[in-house]
Design a protein around this ligand. Structure first.
Ligand code: PA5
Length: 447
């Protein structure tokens, strides 16, 4: 079955004419993307990545992952934004949130922690404490090689490695994923002799999960990266070849644009399994940075259900009618636990005896979809058969392709992120970085 996109529950909010009218726009946007005639055309390397990836590097990634799995009890992945969210999403989706709490035998590989995605002293110190005197390795990931958050964290962990293993020993435990020639990280990797992996010039950060950026940490977790690429390949075939009505990525891109034009300016990505939480975080960056510009775009929000039905459910059901919902539905969780009979039945749950917990979850999902639709929130459903590597490869590619198409339909360049620079400029000025002296005085006066 692969991946399907279903909009049946949104039909009360959409007419056939609206869908017919937008079809050509979606097809034209796909053409622009595939022919490379739109804005941001220098960043389309991800489109063919599932076929044209560097096979030599791919096998080096697998070898490095084996080495890390063998010689490390802890693996620290340092990166921010597109340089961490894809790997984190994959780890949680495939190995689940309690991966690090399992035994080494259950995991088969090291504990994996992500760092350099904030500037929290306490978080860095916690990771140092968690490592303790155990063996560890580090993957520093930064396309520009100059981003402050990961650079600061890397200094800390590089020093720890050097103190523990000496310079050469540390170098053999540091893996740098960065540009093929530019940036401070590439310079120090060459100088110190770290093994390096390349983020291709034509693949932007948030579209880089299927490069070494995502693949090395994913392989270290023991997940099968061949199957991940295969899933992406299969979804690519659909995205570039299928007719509009049978094309999940084109339909999703088109229908979310219809929603926006009708005043639904917030899209909520919802899931019914915590293993999808970080896929939503990855998706937020993908769509937020790609579409939120020129004062345009849908605001990408996310909820974990049923958890958030007890916090945000009231708002979704009954608050301002500015949103629609896209549900990621995993049909088969891969595990089965039944509700057992209890003679006393003091909790009144015997009506569920013999039912799988997943059956309860599915009834909650179906009931919520109908309730939210009744409340004026159109619902789309993306369905995956299972939470495995192939499904995740499909999902990553589906969202990336739909994002490119949707961005062009919206009339923005989906492949730049000019707005991200503003905070950096102010932070550098306040930190006294050479070259920012003028801005510093001005900012200090305002504070
Ligand atoms: O999508 C993007 O380009 C950004 O979110 C980057 O991934 C993020 O800013 C990290 O940049 P870098 O990999 O250069 O450290």
């Amino acid at each position: 079955m692969g991946l399907t996109f279903n909009y049946k529950q949104a039909t009360p909010f959409l007419s056939d004419t609206e869908i017919r009218n937008i079809e050509n726009e979606a097809l034209e946007a796909r053409e622009t993307l595939l022919k490379g005639t739109g804005e941001g055309r220098d960043f389309l390397g991800w489109v063919d990545l599932p076929l044209n990836y560097d096979k030599e590097e791919f096998s080096r990634i697998k070898k490095a992952a084996q080495k890390i799995r063998k010689e490390s009890e802890v693996f620290v992945v340092i990166g921010i934004g597109g340089s961490y969210l894809g790997a984190k999403a994959a780890l949680e989706f495939l190995k689940k949130g309690l991966y690090n709490n399992k035994t080494r035998d259950q995991r088969g590989g090291p504990e994996i922690y992500f760092c350099g995605n904030s500037i929290s002293t306490v978080y860095i110190k916690d990771i140092i404490d968690v490592i303790g005197d155990r063996d560890f390795s580090v993957n520093i990931i930064s396309k520009s090689g100059t981003t402050t958050e990961p650079a600061v964290a890397f200094r800390v962990f590089r020093k720890l490695l050097e103190q523990k293993y000496g310079k050469a020993g540390a170098a053999s435990r540091i893996y740098a994923t960065t540009d093929k020639e530019k940036g401070a990280l590439k310079k120090s990797a060459d100088k110190e002799g770290y093994e390096t992996f390349v983020i291709p010039d034509n693949v932007g950060g948030r579209f880089s999960v299927l490069t070494a950026v995502g693949l090395l940490p994913i392989a270290v977790s023991g997940a099968n990266i061949d199957k991940l690429m295969l899933g992406a390949q299969k979804q690519r075939d659909h995205a570039i070849n299928d007719d509009f009505k049978k094309n999940p990525a084109l339909l999703y891109a088109a229908l979310r644009n219809i929603m926006l034009r009708k005043g639904k300016s917030v899209e909520i990505l919802a899931n019914y399994d915590p293993c999808v939480h970080y896929v939503s975080e990855w998706w937020k960056q993908l769509y937020g940075e790609s579409e939120g510009k020129d004062h345009k775009g849908l605001f990408p929000a996310a909820v974990d259900l049923t958890t958030d039905l007890h916090s945000l459910g009231q708002f979704i059901q009954d608050g301002s009618r500015i949103m629609f919902e896209t549900i990621i539905d995993i049909k088969n969780p891969g595990e089965k636990i039944l509700v057992e009979k209890d003679e006393a039945n003091t909790d009144g749950l015997n009506y569920l005896q013999g039912e799988a917990i997943d059956y309860i979850n599915r009834c909650a999902m179906k009931g919520t979809i109908l309730a939210h639709t009744d409340g004026g929130v159109p619902n789309f459903v993306i369905k995956l058969e299972r939470a495995n590597e192939e499904a995740l490869g499909r999902l990553f590619y589906f969202f990336e392709f739909a994002c490119g198409v949707s961005g062009y339909m919206l009339g923005v360049n989906p492949f730049n992120q000019p707005g991200v620079e503003s905070y950096k400029k102010n932070m550098f000025a306040l930190l006294g970085k050479p070259g920012y002296e003028h801005e510093r005085d001005e900012l200090l006066e305002r504070l």
